[in-house]
Design a protein around this ligand. Structure first.
Ligand SMILES: Nc1ncnc2c1ncn2[C@@H]1O[C@H](COP(=O)(O)OP(=O)(O)OP(=O)(O)O)[C@@H](O)[C@H]1O
Length: 352
């Protein structure tokens, strides 16, 4: 990208983060190391990674609750790195929702609207409660609500302050599986309807992929890859990202342009390459065919998952995983040939 393009892109970014780092104590490792990214208006970004990788620290620096050791945070190209949280126009919804227990839902929401004249607050608060489907509960108190409902009030209260950007810290972690999925869907459409920009933190890859427009995968304080869920899943930057986003087969290969020689035969490559490579092949991209050949792969294990089967297979002492539709049925102990049904992606930084 030449510098003209970079300037143009920067101008449109709602938030730009450059070289953000955090060391909590002298002598400790960096909790966040050189994180840089841009967020555009209306975008939903998920910061995804295992426990301790620096997601929450990053979020807290963006909100202004933690001071960075190095780096800058820009909102509309204005450097806000030194601004206190209340001057950033960023809303944050914490994991525990932090509603005021002694206030009704309506008052919880109007509390966030002190910037409006008193006469407008009630009507406007009812509109926010309507947006999250809770007008009938306006007079109730937080303890009279389910976890999912409390979550939505916390969201209404955050939105009522009309922030430019909403930060969510593990927003669905307190909800049970069924409620989590529906709340996730509702919230995504709410944000999309309102055109709200969002950054959320999660360690749940399914949540990140279904909720966000872009996923930023973090490992040991670093942002390893940030792209659309499809790109990150299908073209991971390294073995860690490939494995963190679901099952995968990591294969050694020798690339000869558009294909590579691998233990599973020649496999076409998504991007032409040369020399020794590491490939990531998703389990749904492996094709199984029943075989009489005892040298072929053996079915070691099979897990029924409703819509599909997850198989563990062994060939030449190496284990592979494959996912097939549930009508494709192979007995444990039987033999199958393995072939790639799609192009594999070359991991660009296999050494990481
Ligand atoms: N207040 C603190 N003082 C010292 N070290 C801290 C502090 N907060 C976090 N850390 C350390 O910084 C690193 C990153 O922590 P952080 O909470 O940002 O990770 P995370 O990815 O959000 O993890 P989780 O998913 O478990 O919340 C960890 O090694 C953690 O122990």
């Amino acid at each position: 990208m030449n510098s003209m393009h970079k300037v143009a892109a920067d101008q449109q970014a709602l938030m730009a983060v450059e070289g953000l780092s955090k060391r909590y104590q002298e002598g400790n490792d960096l909790a966040v190391e050189q994180v840089s990214f841009q967020l555009y208006t209306g975008e939903i970004l998920a910061l995804l990674g295992p426990s301790g990788c620096g997601k929450t620290t990053t979020l807290r620096m963006l909100a202004g609750f933690e001071h960075p050791t190095a780096g800058q945070i820009y909102l509309h190209r204005r450097d806000v790195t030194e601004l206190p949280p209340q001057k950033r126009n960023i809303g944050i919804v914490f994991q525990d929702y932090a509603l005021f227990p002694h206030m009704s839902l309506l008052r919880n929401v109007t509390f966030a609207m002190r910037h409006l004249p008193k006469s407008q607050q009630q009507d406007k608060a009812m509109q926010w409660l309507e947006l999250v489907g809770l007008t009938d509960y306006a007079k109730r108190y937080p303890h009279e609500l389910s976890g999912g409902q409390q979550q939505r009030v916390a969201l209404a209260r955050t939105l009522a302050a009309e922030p430019e950007l909403v930060l969510l810290d593990e927003p669905f972690s307190n909800l049970d599986a069924a409620l989590r999925e529906s709340t996730r869907k509702e919230m995504r459409s709410l944000f999309k309807e309102a055109g709200t920009s969002v950054i959320l933190v999660t360690h749940d890859q399914a949540e990140a992929m279904t909720f966000a427009d872009k996923v930023g995968v973090m490992q040991k304080g670093r942002l390893i890859q940030m792209d659309t869920p499809q790109q990150v899943y299908q073209h991971p930057a390294n073995a860690f990202v490939a494995k963190f986003l679901g099952h995968t087969n990591l294969l050694p290969g020798r690339a000869l342009g558009g294909f590579a020689e691998t233990p599973l035969g020649n496999i076409n490559l998504h991007t032409a390459s040369e020399g020794d490579v590491q490939l990531s092949l998703r389990p749904e991209d492996l094709e199984l065919t029943a075989s009489d050949n005892p040298q072929a792969a053996r079915v070691v294990d099979r897990e029924f998952r409703g819509h599909d089967y997850l198989y563990v297979l062994e060939q030449d002492g190496v284990q592979y995983c494959a996912i097939t539709p549930s009508h494709n049925y192979f007995e444990v102990g039987s033999h199958v040939t393995l072939a790639s049904a799609r192009q594999a992606s070359v991991l660009p930084s296999a050494g990481l």
